[in-house]
Design a protein around this ligand. Structure first.
Ligand code: ADP
Length: 355
């Protein structure tokens, strides 16, 4: 009940209580000593006592409570961008001050948790990067030293080791390129050029680029759409190319010999559902929740052996989320995987890109 009072009101209340006790004691004393003359003189004494007590209580509260509260309030207000008002002896009530201090403490706690999470994230990220870079660097170092130590003149290994060193350099390049993309997407500095374009045509172009890789494992690349009927979506074409490239490439990397990869589009009311399915090795249930985390791999040695950076799906997720959509995956070990996401249909106010 007293919490809703201002400091000034509390001073008045304390002064009133003390004055009332004083008055009572005074009246009893006057009556007992027979010195009671008139009620007026008692009233004057009560008023004087009240005034005196009020001044002392106010001074005490002001010095020991108000000044300290004001200081706390000042610190809080300085840290808060939208501070309500200054602390005032006459108008600030203690509940408000209390609420504000609690709110401030909660905000600070959340801020500290967020900073700790960011620090953890930074530490993990740096740890992951150095771990990823270390493996190819050590391999390159090993091959080069063996060549320098005489291997260069050994026809049994010289060409093989140079090729292996080169493939590790390629792996380093992939990691650095993917890191650059992730960094750009996470820092929010990535520009998204939204246009209307034919995602069917884009898929066929990618099939053309990936056909040699598909041939290596005898994997067939097919679609569910008629190439003569455009499938126009409104999105960033280059980024969606990267998404399709990563997903189709994964279907080849983790596909079975003589397997198949199908890219299909489903016409929904406002969106196009894009699906990339394969009948490859599949992904166990327990991995699905982490699949889009940076550097997460189901089978690390297989991924590294085929030059994976572990960042491909993380990039896919960032790009799809930047389009305000989500990427989903369904997969069964040994049977295959399907990744899908939505893209908005063409923006009728804009022209369709012709290239
Ligand atoms: P990576 O560079 O290792 O391929 P990604 O982020 O693209 O990294 O994929 C993360 C992991 O998810 C891969 O290491 C692989 O284990 C698994 N994965 C991704 N796509 C598929 C797929 N189509 N089939 C089976 N496993 C997959």
């Amino acid at each position: 009940m007293f919490n809703n009072l201002t400091v000034k009101q509390i001073a008045v209340l304390i002064a009133a209580v003390i004055s009332a006790i004083n008055a009572l004691l005074l009246i009893i004393w006057l009556l007992l000593t027979g010195a009671f003359t008139s009620i007026l003189s008692v009233l004057v004494l009560i008023v004087i006592s009240f005034g005196f007590t009020y001044i002392i209580v106010s001074l005490l509260l002001s010095t020991f409570v108000f000044q300290k509260l004001k200081m706390i309030y000042k610190i809080i207000s300085k840290k808060k961008s939208k501070s309500k008002q200054d602390f005032s002896l006459a108008t600030s009530n203690l509940t408000e001050v209390n609420d504000e201090v609690i709110k401030w403490a909660q905000d600070r706690e959340e801020e500290i948790i967020e900073l700790k999470n960011l620090e953890n994230y930074r530490r993990n990220f740096v740890g992951n990067i150095s771990h990823e870079l270390k493996t190819p660097i050590f391999s390159i170092q090993g091959y080069l030293h063996t060549l320098l130590d005489g291997g260069l003149h050994d026809d049994n290994i010289n060409e093989k080791y140079v090729k292996r060193a080169a493939s590790n350099v390629e792996r380093l390049q992939n990691i650095v390129e993917d890191l650059e993309v992730i960094n750009q997407l996470e820092s929010g500095n990535a520009d998204f050029m939204m246009t209307n374009f034919d995602i069917g045509k884009l898929t066929l172009e990618l099939f053309e680029d990936l056909k040699f890789r598909a041939k290596e494992n005898k994997i067939s690349l097919s679609t569910n759409f008629n190439p003569n009927t455009p499938v126009i979506v409104y999105a960033d074409k280059d980024r969606i190319r990267q998404v399709l490239d990563n997903l189709i490439t994964n279907s080849l990397k983790y596909g079975k010999l003589k397997g198949k990869t199908i890219v299909s589009f489903h016409n929904l009311e406002e969106n196009v559902l894009v699906e990339i399915s394969d009948n490859g090795i599949g992904i166990g249930k327990k991995h699905l929740n982490h699949l889009f985390d940076r550097f997460y791999r189901v089978d690390s040695s297989r991924s590294r052996a085929i030059g994976g950076s572990g960042l491909g799906l993380s990039i896919v997720k960032h790009i799809i989320e930047a389009h305000h959509q989500t990427i989903n995956v369904k997969s069964t070990t040994g049977e295959g995987s399907t990744f899908d996401f939505l893209l908005p249909k063409k923006d009728t106010k804009l022209k369709v890109e012709s290239k």
